[in-house]
Design a protein around this ligand. Structure first.
Ligand SMILES: [Zn+2]
Length: 179
C-alpha cells in the first residue's frame, strides 16, 4: 500500500513537471481557484516583480527582509500565523500574491506553518538548496522571488507534500466562508 501511494505521488509529480510549461497556453483567461469553502482570485498571468536590495529593505521589516530576501529562517514556534485556524488566504508578505489556502494548512508539529499544496503550482517557484550540507527544495513566491521556506515529501494526503513556510513571509487575508 505504501509503495502504491509513493508511486502515485511520484507519477503525479512527474506529470506536474512535464506539463508545467505546456499548461501555460491552456490556462483559462480568468483563474478563479475554488476550494471547498473558499474562492480565491489568482492573477491570470504572473508578472515578475524585480526590486533592488535597497528598495526591499525600505519596504520590509528587519526580520521580513532577512527571511524573504536573504533566505533566513524564523525561529521555530515564533510565527504569528502558526496557530491561525481561520478560513482565508495566505499571501506573500512582500507582494501579496495568494500562495496558500487555509484549507490545505495542517498541524505538522514542526513549529512553522505547514501546507500540503499551494493555491496553484504557478504561484510557487522551486530551487534546489544545498546549504548546511543538506539537499532541500527551496520554495519562493513566483512573483517577487521572496523566500517562503522548503517543501518536503513527508506531508499528509492527498499530495504527500509538506510546504514548511515561514510565518514572517506570509500575510493572512480572512475570507467569508461560502454559506
Ligand atoms: Zn511575493
Amino acid at each position: 500500500m505504501r509503495i502504491y501511494i509513493l508511486s502515485i505521488i511520484l507519477i503525479s509529480s512527474l506529470l506536474a513537471c512535464n506539463t508545467s510549461t505546456s499548461q501555460q497556453t491552456s490556462v483559462k483567461p480568468s483563474t478563479k481557484v475554488s476550494t471547498e469553502n473558499i474562492s480565491i482570485d489568482v492573477p491570470e498571468t504572473i508578472t515578475t516583480i524585480e526590486k533592488s536590495e535597497e528598495e526591499w529593505k525600505a519596504e520590509l521589516g528587519v526580520e521580513e527582509f532577512k527571511v524573504l530576501r536573504k533566505h533566513g529562517t524564523e525561529r521555530a514556534f515564533s510565527g504569528d500565523l502558526l496557530e491561525n485556524k481561520k478560513a482565508g488566504v495566505y499571501v506573500c508578505r512582500a507582494c501579496q500574491l495568494p500562495l496558500f489556502s487555509s484549507e490545505t494548512k495542517f498541524k505538522s508539529g514542526t513549529g512553522w506553518p505547514s501546507f500540503y499544496q499551494p493555491i496553484t503550482d504557478k504561484a510557487i517557484g522551486e530551487t534546489t538548496d544545498t546549504s548546511y550540507g543538506m539537499k532541500r527544495v527551496e520554495v519562493h513566491c513566483a512573483r517577487c522571488g521572496g523566500h517562503q521556506g522548503h517543501v518536503f515529501e513527508d506531508g499528509p494526503k492527498p499530495t504527500g507534500l509538506r510546504y514548511c513556510i515561514n510565518a514572517v513571509s506570509l500575510d493572512f487575508v480572512e475570507t467569508d466562508e461560502k454559506p
